[in-house]
Design a protein around this ligand. Sequence first.
Ligand code: DQA
Length: 146
Amino acid sequence: LKFLILSGPNLNMLGTTREAAIYGTMTLAQIHDAIRQRAAALGVSVECFQSNHEGALIDHIQQQRDSVAGIVINPGAFTHYSYAIRDAVADAKLPTIEVHLSNVYAREEFRHHSVIAPVCRGQIAGLGWQGYILALEALTTLAQNK
Ligand code: DQA
């Protein structure tokens, strides 16, 4: 079993300049390491990809969708307005879990709405980097029980 782990714009700055009080102190490379470790323990594989570009994220979904059993996606600010990423996720027809490091519902009004969530199986917000791990565990269980 293989899963795609996607992160959107500005998440490459985690653990460096991006607000640590909101997003935590781990870098994206460290989060990817933690995901790979958990994947190994679960006996699954992952492909981790980050981009600041909407089209690059969409290209990746299109290229990988036939080789993976599900998607974990933190679309960053694209969450709130990218109908193009939403359409790519819908067209992939894979169980997809939307992850947010921060509790978007406790923040600015514009972060309360996700245009991606309606085409996802579920959403995890506010649990920091653990959200990615929990999403991977959930997708693994869903795929194994299918
Ligand atoms: C985020 C929340 C988004 O509103 C924000 O634009 C991000 C990160 C999160 O992980 O909490 O870039 O997706």
